[in-house]
Design a protein around this ligand. Sequence first.
Ligand code: GLN
Length: 295
Amino acid sequence: MDYALILTQIAAEVQPLVGKGRVAEYIPPLASVRADRFGMALRTVDGAQYATGDADERFSIQSIAKVFALTLAMRLEGDGIWNRVGREPSGSAFNSLVQLEVERGIPRNPFINAGALVVLDAILNHGDDLLLPFIREAAGNESISYDLEVAEGERRTGHRNRAMAHFLKSFGNLQNDAGRVLDAYFRLCSIAMSCSELARAFSYLAGGGGSIATARQAKRVNAVMLTCGVYDEAGDYAYRVGLPAKSGVGGGVVAVMPGKFTAAVWSPGLSEKGNSLAGTMALELLTTKTAISIF
Ligand code: GLN
């Protein structure tokens, strides 16, 4: 498979979509990112890596980081984590409060904000600051870090997330102080990585877990990504792309083809549902051109 050629073709074919859509605007550091960026990286399970466009520029990975949080929580808590959070697509916005009320404080899945708060709460029971070292371990890169300006923006504007954390607390599904959990959440959203770094960091999910997770855990994280990884667009993703994937409002998306490769893409213009417009098209082209998908 000539992945280098395929990435070059994809970069050319998505151009009409690059710069289209809306860039996330709720905090200045995201609103000021130029919309006309596009980068993509692919890493095979053998460790060969390919890249095109702005693949080496760091961006705010936002909700993509929730995958690392879930993996770490599964490592620390095993299946116990599923007593506190579900694994069904939410069918509503990632920051919905209504669903949490109706379902009595058990978030639908670990990738909506309420679910991520519960996952972080579980991690905090094992110690402070476990996540960043874990992400660095997965990435094989000690320079991965928080973007403090983004974290500050999240903190300043995070009223709905605050409401959610206290809501969870009122249902008894948050064991730590809500402020402590929120602080971990705001920092998690602010992790900055490039497509190349993400493709490498996610490679444990394509390679049966590696040293990061057991094969069973990797399989299950992929399953949750397939059904819950791209907000309320999971059906469309399964149909068009056919790979487990996780997106973030910074315009990044990472997709996993178990046994073969990981692919990370970034373009900040978002669809109505909050996924990168050009990024989704790029992943669709990838599975079309390679004729490889989980289906
Ligand atoms: N940080 C934002 C929030 O918590 C968005 C996270 C995301 O990528 N969905 O609302």
